[in-house]
Design a protein around this ligand. Structure first.
Ligand code: PRX
Length: 635
């Protein structure tokens, strides 16, 4: 098993070793896993091609490291505790033995339906145990899962299925979310009708909703599993074979399929989970994310299960039946580590203390946050009212691309500071650069965050587009991985993430490309062009502000067109991309060469109507005054 860092001195020692002798450092950690064949070389890399290979020629299977490696001591220990949407419905507890049996059976189901190593399978599922079972079955047979958050539209799902050329989709009839039932299968049907590569759709029965069922491609999960064989030998995977694809938004173009591979991702997620959360045997760990995002992949499924931990899966939402739901779960299961997003904390904080008071939170040892900067007020509320001043908060900075946590306190060991992700984890070598890429080496400094050396959990490419991979991450600054985030380092060497410096906005911890939202808005028949920026939002962190130029107004007038734009974006991307504010404008502030000056729009959206900097290159400055006037009326 992985040794835990247990003192500040231990952290400093490990960190130094990871920088001076990275190969030795990671090889020692990798030794604690089960390899069918050991690697020939620990690391082979350059950031110019770029090429990143960890554990070259090592052969393994991540599920053997979850199951076979643990079973003899943990067979009867709960692996997954599933809490349903309705608090009074029966929960499900799957021990390691039970989970393993389900995974092996589903592996055989996949093989029986012609899925082979390397094939892609798209998922569109609610948070039910079958989601974890199916993803582990993919990993076991070497199929590549591409999980799509079940809040995206049919259109977004189809784009992702088409890009990955997925052969199969795994879904459910419907999903419960608070008091709503989501027509999951209907959305999948709409998407699949435009995806010729999909041969089969496997449907889990969850809501018993009436659904269309096409016998030619649809299969019921329970029928497939009824006759499935329980014996299955894990496929031998190369450390650098693809484990999964996960789509995420960038500043340009359509979402990109981030590729993670088997060996490095395994070592990195397991190492970071154990250390950051200081997980000990017997702890109950609860991460409230959805498995459709990277947090769920790495810190509900892979990281915890690789450590033989007990991990919770929650089907519902934090405010159903009321805003005390998370705290009810914590006290019902004696949760030890709780990991959530700042947006959830802010939203629960705004509902008032009555949902927290009288809840038994004494089992909690560690609190975590992820996905966006946490403001000091929310940090203190979390610390005082949930952690009762005794639980360290790990503010974990990382990205879909990093695979696992990169900058974060180690719970109880690295002293925390509100709103600071604190220090890099062993293996992460951050560097702050200015706009030209010059290293800002002073301790206390602000600039753009890059990482200068590979770590095992990092992405390897963008699915089907290595050139885009190079351009997005390694071309802004030579020989550096560019994160897209701005950062500040203080006199203690602590890092505070300031937010994205590119055209990506972070809405409730969800990444959204402004270009993606603009494209969706521009599909509206009356829209000529648009520009989208983020603005500070009390609960969501950032909201979406759209400046839209229309040719003419429809009969519904200004309000009618705003509503139909929102509907259009929801249909094209999903409700998470719906603009919070839409302002109709005569034209956008453009330079003489036709480039939109977003900096001005960002300022206006923030409510700062001055400090625009140099606007001498603007084609028509009167546009700015008009937009300010409109913004004041729009608030
Ligand atoms: O801007 C950073 C922000 O979320 C981005 C990554 O988003 P995504 O790939 O969806 O992954 C989210 C979950 C890992 C980052 O570029 N971010 C993530 N964690 C933090 C954060 N910003 C501030 N503080 C954090 N702890």
């Amino acid at each position: 098993m992985i040794d835990k860092i247990s003192t500040l001195g231990g952290y400093i020692h490990e960190y130094q070793k990871s920088v001076t002798k990275p190969e030795e450092f990671w090889s020692r950690i990798a030794e604690s896993f089960f390899w069918k064949k050991k690697w020939d070389k620990i690391l082979d890399w350059n950031f110019s091609e770029p090429k990143i290979n960890w554990f070259t020629n090592g052969k393994m299977n991540i599920t053997e490291n979850i199951f076979e490696r643990h079973l003899f001591i943990r067979g009867n220990q709960p692996a997954i505790i599933w809490e349903p949407n309705e608090p009074n419905d029966e929960n499900r507890v799957l021990t390691y033995n039970e989970l393993f049996t389900e995974v092996k059976k589903f592996s055989n189901v996949l093989l029986q339906h012609g899925i082979k190593k390397g094939d892609r399978i798209a998922f569109y599922m609610p948070m039910i145990p079958e989601l974890a079972i199916a993803m582990l079955a993919c990993a076991r047979i070497g199929a590549i899962h591409s999980i799509v958050f079940a809040g995206f539209s049919a259109n977004s799902l189809a784009d992702r299925i088409i890009d990955a050329e997925a052969k199969m989709v795994i879904t459910s009839d419907g999903g419960y979310r608070g008091s709503k039932i989501i027509p999951i299968k209907e959305i999948v049907d709409e998407a699949v009708s435009t995806c010729p590569t999909v041969e089969k759709v496997i449907v889990v029965q969850r809501t018993n909703s009436e659904i269309a069922f096409d016998d030619k491609i649809d299969l019921w999960w329970h029928e497939c599993m009824a006759g499935a064989e329980e014996y299955h030998e894990a496929e031998t995977m190369d450390a650098e074979d693809t484990l999964f694809i996960l789509y995420t938004s960038g500043s340009t173009d359509k979402p990109k399929g981030i590729v993670h591979t088997c060996g490095g991702y395994m070592v990195y997620t397991a190492y970071t989970f154990k250390n950051v959360f200081q997980y000990s045997d017997g702890d109950i760990y609860f991460c409230s994310a959805d498995i459709g995002w990277i947090t769920g992949h790495s810190y509900i499924v892979y990281g915890p299960l690789l450590n033989g931990a007990t991990t919770m899966m929650f089907e519902g939402i934090p405010t159903y039946p009321d805003a005390g739901r998370y705290w009810d779960i914590v006290s019902k299961y004696n949760v030890s580590q709780f990991y959530t997003a700042p947006t959830a904390i802010r939203s629960l904080m705004s509902k008032g203390q009555e949902y927290v008071e009288n809840k038994d939170l004494s089992s909690l040892k560690v609190l975590g946050t992820v996905g966006e900067p946490i403001n000091e007020e929310a940090w203190h509320w979390y610390h005082d009212h949930i952690g009762k001043n005794r639980c360290p908060i790990v503010d974990t900075w990382w990205q879909t691309e990093t695979g696992g946590i990169a900058i974060s306190p180690i719970a109880g060991i690295i002293p925390t500071k509100p709103s600071f992700a604190t220090l890099p984890l062993p293996g992460i070598q951050p560097i702050i650069v200015d706009a030209e890429g010059k290293e800002l080496s002073e301790k206390s400094v602000e600039g753009n965050l890059c990482i200068k050396y590979p770590w095992p959990g990092m992405l390897r490419t963008i699915w089907g587009d290595h050139e885009r991979f190079k351009k997005t991450y390694f071309s802004t600054y030579e020989n550096l991985y560019f994160t897209g985030d701005g950062v500040k380092r203080d006199e203690d060497g602590y890092y505070r993430i300031l937010g994205r410096v590119d055209d990506v906005i972070n809405v409730s911890g969800h990444r959204m490309g402004t270009a993606e939202v603009e494209n969706a808005i521009n599909e509206h028949p009356l829209v000529n062009e648009s520009a989208v920026v983020g603005f500070p939002h009390d609960i969501k962190g950032q909201g979406i502000y759209a400046f839209v130029v229309c040719g003419e107004l429809s009969t519904g007038g200004v309000e009618g067109i705003k509503t139909s734009i929102q509907k259009g974006v929801t249909k094209i991307i999903g409700p998470i991309a719906k603009p919070d504010r839409i302002q109709l404008v005569r034209s956008l502030p453009k330079t003489r060469s036709g480039k939109i000056m977003r900096r001005i729009l960002r300022k206006i959206a923030e409510g700062d109507y001055s400090n625009f900097g140099d606007i001498s290159t603007l084609l028509d400055t009167s546009v700015v005054d008009e937009i300010i006037k409109g913004a004041l009326e729009n608030v």
